[in-house]
Ligand binder design. Structure first.
Ligand SMILES: NC(=O)NCCC[C@H](N)C(=O)O
Length: 294
């Protein structure tokens, strides 16, 4: 029987996706007030606005036709749990539970595990101490190639563990050494500078991309849409593909949006000031894609 689905793609038509609803992660004003500064958010998120923004984001996800599942809330979770991509990686053989580089997020993988169990998705492996690895540092370049950023969140030991698990299932890992940029307290993942949008199209922020990795993308036949400096902090480079050249991005990135349209992309935007910009997590961070249609 021909294969119908894969988890090893960032751009094929999205079929199933997990989210951690903002209502569950943010909960109430007192939780937000107690946590936002310690988590290094830019400003205090406004709950009613965040809920409204998230509703719009979810309606874009629903419009894509994907089936949506939710993670459950847990006592050990912070506001950051809304950025559910980071706590797990999904392969065609099962899930790898991450070990978060940001200490306050270390409860997330265990809470996610319970939901994977109820969905009957096998656990292929877990990153163990002293390794750290976050899902935002990981992106499929094709079905057999996974790029992983070595960052303040993802260390060499985590990458070694991941590489071993991937070798066992026939996947090559390309390590991308990320620069210091704004330092350890900032959120800076591989997917802050790379969003694959089709087999041969990716949005990139080249100023922070190692030349060698950028050349690998070009050698692989990727055409690169360059995100300008003025749109980096507004998450212009963090774009969710719900299908080939079907993009969901945070509003406020008109130059990138126009460049994507020029390459034949359909672009939908949501207001992400509260739910994305203040916490530093764009649409890929807000979603844990489970599988895509081949
Ligand atoms: N994949 C991502 O870029 N995730 C964003 C996570 C933001 C969150 N405030 C964090 O610091 O971990």
């Amino acid at each position: 029987m021909p294969e119908k689905y894969t988890s090893q793609s960032e751009y094929l038509p999205l079929d199933q996706v997990l989210v951690m609803p903002v209502a569950e992660a943010f909960q109430d004003r007192s939780k937000i007030e107690a946590e936002w500064e310690k988590l290094n958010y830019l400003e205090l998120p406004d709950l009613p606005l965040a809920l409204a923004e998230y509703q719009d984001f979810m309606s874009l996800l629903r419009k894509s036709g994907a089936e949506i599942f939710s993670f459950a809330k847990g006592d050990s979770l912070t506001l950051d749990a809304v950025y559910c991509r980071d706590a797990s990686i999904v392969t065609d053989q099962g899930v790898i539970l991450c070990r978060m580089g940001k200490e306050q997020r270390q409860g997330e993988p265990l809470i996610q595990e319970k939901v994977f169990e109820t969905l009957d998705i096998p656990i292929l492996g877990r990153i163990e101490a002293p390794g750290t690895l976050e899902g935002g540092d990981v992106a499929w370049l094709d079905r057999q190639t996974l790029a992983v950023g070595r960052s303040y969140r993802t260390n060499s030991n985590g990458i070694e563990q991941l590489t071993g698990m991937m070798r066992a299932i026939g996947v090559d890992v390309i390590t991308v050494a990320l620069p210091h940029f704004r330092g350890p307290s900032d959120v800076f993942h591989l997917m802050s500078i790379l969003s694959p949008l089709d087999r041969d199209l990716a949005a990139v922020y080249s100023p922070l991309m190692p030349i060698a990795f950028r050349n690998i993308l070009l050698e692989r036949g990727y055409q690169l849409v360059e995100v300008p400096e003025s749109e980096f902090d507004s998450l212009g480079c963090n774009i969710l593909a719900t299908g080939p050249r079907q993009c969901v991005m945070a509003e406020g990135n008109p130059i990138t949006e126009a460049a994507l349209r020029k390459e034949g992309c359909t672009v939908s935007t949501y207001t992400g000031n509260e739910v994305s910009v203040k916490g530093g997590g764009g649409p890929t961070c807000l979603t844990r894609p489970l599988r895509r249609r081949i």
